[in-house]
Design a protein around this ligand. Structure first.
Ligand SMILES: Nc1ncnc2c1ncn2[C@@H]1O[C@H](COP(=O)(O)OP(=O)(O)OP(=O)(O)O)[C@@H](O)[C@H]1O
Length: 714
């Protein structure tokens, strides 16, 4: 059969078409399905830059653009656009082959010629040159076309490069953006070129001799998906918004489909860089590699909360239509896994204590009874972050334990007192037949450790930054150490549950197998830049002895700047927000595409009430209130893992964000106070980076101190 490729742009444009036009596109491209390419009526253009580019009629208003050489049997679906735009596009573009990756690139020659003149003019007044430090030889090695060198050499700022994003060949733009962000040519080679260049040789061997287009398409993974047959075309077109299923960026693909890692491997990256997407593809890769006799659920795909696990399950259903293959992967959050293991061992359900208020009040009562002058918050943190985190089981072990990360020193005498409190607390729980989830995790680990068999062959972890050491220990014990044992995706900038770990200390060594993603697919450049500026001065740990950074982190999309709105009272803020959301909807945004994030749910309920009064549909995330496709209102915590076209973050006022009750008082533990503050900042960052196109941040009275960085730039 002919080689059929589909360009990412084609799918994205198709996704935006009205349903009736989509249907018509289906009919036109059904010809491929019926192997009747001859009936496609590809029309030639007069004086095109590339004679292989043709157009075809979809309906009176729309045309498709296809790359189809005279000889060979390959077709590449490039665009589907309004009639005149399609003709103009087809006339000005040319398909070329990148000299480093050997994949196809599309060049807008006319726009590039114009841009070269503009940049030359701008260069007269600017002294600096963006790529002064990079030799021509390096640029060419990285795949920059020699005829583009004068243009590249004249660029003086990142903003100029940004302006060329849509007209430079995409692969070459990726390379230049990496260099402009400060990456070395070697880093750029490794991240953006190497995997494709290596694959080029392999792919060339699999394509029919003489069909150059087919060969180049095969080398263009991430931008062009080769369809194995007509069914795949139908499948891809049936879910056009889920481009991530077929168009992994080369930097994502090289991580997800690396044949085998010789031990734990990790992917990091800012929000929206596709870590979850990579984790899903890795789970698929691992499932495919299983031997035939591997039982179902040999691969574990896990995360921190139940809601996130539900999202992963949904993602897997989209990625792996084959039920038998999907059955090889078990998706469950860590606590639920622990609960199941312990429950099965005991033969009875466990009674689990989850409310933090209840836990604190028990610590409080206990401290009073024992006559100890420690606060409930202090005792609970000491238990979770020292005793459970290090799995300390005796007073001697606790006496010797490191308490790094805790801000108050404890003399041996005071440690003995605290241990007494911990013992009494856990004894009371035991007597009442109650557990906390962390205890369940520790118990599940204890059950697994002596076993020679392990429940899973591979474990893939998403949102890893939020896991507690007790949960890590359970995951470590769930799979035998060895190749492809653990695959870890996470971003410590988004740590919102205050759990810090050292992977190495937990026996998880990712040295040499750690990768960072830098391109954001979710959020516009403008929203990203603003949100990232909130974290400007923060360099969280990387869970492996170093610090994490957002260097080189960028978006491929552009849009409006975030809107920041002050109100004098809460009522005024809610009233303005309601009007604003109504305006979004009047502009055609669907209710299901709008999210409202708040720090505490009472405010969310008040907003829900106001929206309903204005006849706008709402749904409370995590609750039963409201209809399935209403405007989603939820806490900032609940927003993790979600994304919306439009996001409003409301109530970002000084007494609310950070939330005083979420901060350990300075006098209890100054260091913990700082950590909690950073957690609150990360929470705001997470909420803001859920927006795909539009972000609105509002407050009443004084704004949150976290907005100070932005206010300084006003
Ligand atoms: N290669 C790709 N092509 C198209 N869309 C992509 C690609 N990779 C990721 N996306 C989309 O970008 C968005 C963010 O992806 P994902 O949720 O995997 O990122 P993340 O790094 O896990 O984000 P976060 O850390 O904020 O949870 C999703 O809508 C996803 O479908």
């Amino acid at each position: 059969m002919a080689t059929l490729g589909i360009h990412k742009d084609f799918l994205l444009e198709f996704a935006r078409l009205e349903k009736t036009v989509q249907k018509r596109v289906h009919e036109v491209f059904d010809k491929f399905r019926e192997h009747r390419h001859a009936g496609l009526h590809l029309e030639k253009l007069e004086n095109p830059r590339d004679p292989r580019i043709r157009t075809l009629r979809v309906n009176k208003f729309m045309r498709g653009v296809v790359l189809a050489p005279e000889s060979g049997d390959s077709f590449l679906l490039l665009k589907v656009m309004a009639h005149d735009d399609a003709i103009a596009w087809a006339l000005s573009h040319r398909a070329t082959v990148n000299s480093a990756t050997h994949g196809i690139e599309l060049r807008d020659d006319i726009a590039l010629e114009r841009a070269a003149a503009d940049v030359r003019y701008a260069a007269h007044v600017a002294e600096a040159r963006l790529f002064a430090e990079v030799a021509d030889k390096e640029l060419i090695r990285l795949g920059i076309d020699p005829d583009l060198l004068p243009l590249v050499r004249n660029l003086s700022t990142e903003a100029h490069l940004d302006a060329l994003r849509k007209i430079l060949p995409e692969q070459q733009y990726d390379v230049l953006a990496g260099l402009a962000a400060g990456l070395s040519p070697e880093d750029v080679w490794r991240e953006s070129v190497a995997a494709q260049a290596e694959r080029a040789a392999g792919a060339a061997q699999q394509t029919p001799a003489g069909d150059e287009l087919a060969a180049a398409m095969a080398r263009s993974q991430g931008r062009i998906a080769l369809l194995s047959g007509p069914e795949e075309l139908l499948d891809v077109l049936s879910r056009p918004f889920d481009a991530w299923r077929v168009f992994l960026h080369p930097s994502q693909r090289r991580i997800a489909y690396h044949p085998s890692y010789n031990g734990p491997a990790r992917v990091t990256g800012g929000p929206g860089t596709g870590k979850t997407v990579v984790a899903l593809h890795r789970a698929l890769h691992l499932a495919r590699q299983l031997p035939d006799d591997a039982p179902d659920e040999s691969v574990l795909l896990t995360t921190y909360t139940r809601n996130l696990a539900t999202d992963l399950r949904h993602g897997l259903e989209l990625l792996i239509p084959d039920e038998a293959l999907r059955a090889k992967i078990r998706v469950v959050n860590v606590d639920a896994l622990a609960n199941q293991l312990v429950r099965e061992d005991r033969g009875a359900p466990l009674s689990i204590l989850t409310g933090q208020k209840e836990i604190n009040s028990r610590w409080n009562a206990l401290a009073r009874r024992l006559g100890l002058d420690y606060s409930d918050v202090f005792l609970d943190q000491e238990w979770r972050q020292v005793v459970l985190a290090q799995d300390l089981r005796s007073p001697e072990a606790y006496l010797k334990a490191s308490r790094s990360g805790r801000g108050t020193a404890l003399s041996p005498l005071r440690r003995a007192q605290v241990w007494r409190a911990v013992e009494a607390f856990t004894r009371e729980l035991r007597q009442a037949g109650e557990w906390t989830f962390l205890q369940v995790c520790a118990e599940a680990t204890r059950l697994l450790e002596p076993r020679t068999d392990r429940p899973f062959r591979h474990v893939v972890i998403d949102e890893a930054q939020d896991l507690h050491p007790a949960q890590w220990r359970l995951l470590r014990a769930s799979v035998a150490p060895g190749p492809d044992d653990l695959f870890i995706a996470g971003d410590t900038h988004q740590r919102i549950y205050g759990n810090k770990v050292s992977l190495r200390g937990l026996g998880v060594n990712v040295t040499g197998r750690s990768h960072r993603l830098r391109i954001n697919y979710r959020t516009t450049h403008e929203i990203l830049q603003w949100s990232t500026s909130l974290l400007d001065r923060e360099h969280p740990d990387d869970m492996d002895g170093g610090t994490e950074s957002l260097a080189g982190y960028r978006s491929v999309l552009n849009g409006a700047h975030p809107e920041l709105r002050a109100a004098s009272t809460k009522a005024e803020e809610i009233a303005e927000l309601t009007k604003h959301i109504a305006a979004w909807m009047a502009d055609g945004v669907e209710a299901g595409d709008i999210g409202v994030a708040v720090r505490y749910m009472q405010l969310g309920k008040e907003i829900a009430h106001a929206l309903e009064q204005a006849d706008l549909p709402v749904r409370i995330l995590g609750g039963t209130h409201g209809s399935g496709d209403g405007i989603s209102i939820g806490t900032m915590h609940r927003m993790k893992g979600l994304e919306f076209r439009c996001v409003a973050v409301a109530g970002v006022s000084d007494s609310v964000v950070p939330l005083p009750s979420a901060l350990t008082p300075v006098e209890v533990d100054a260091q913990q106070h700082q950590e909690d503050r950073l957690g609150e900042l990360s929470l705001l960052f997470v909420a803001c980076t859920r927006a795909r196109e539009t972000l609105r941040v509002s407050w009443n009275g004084e704004p949150s101190p976290f907005l100070a960085a932005w206010r300084g730039q006003e």
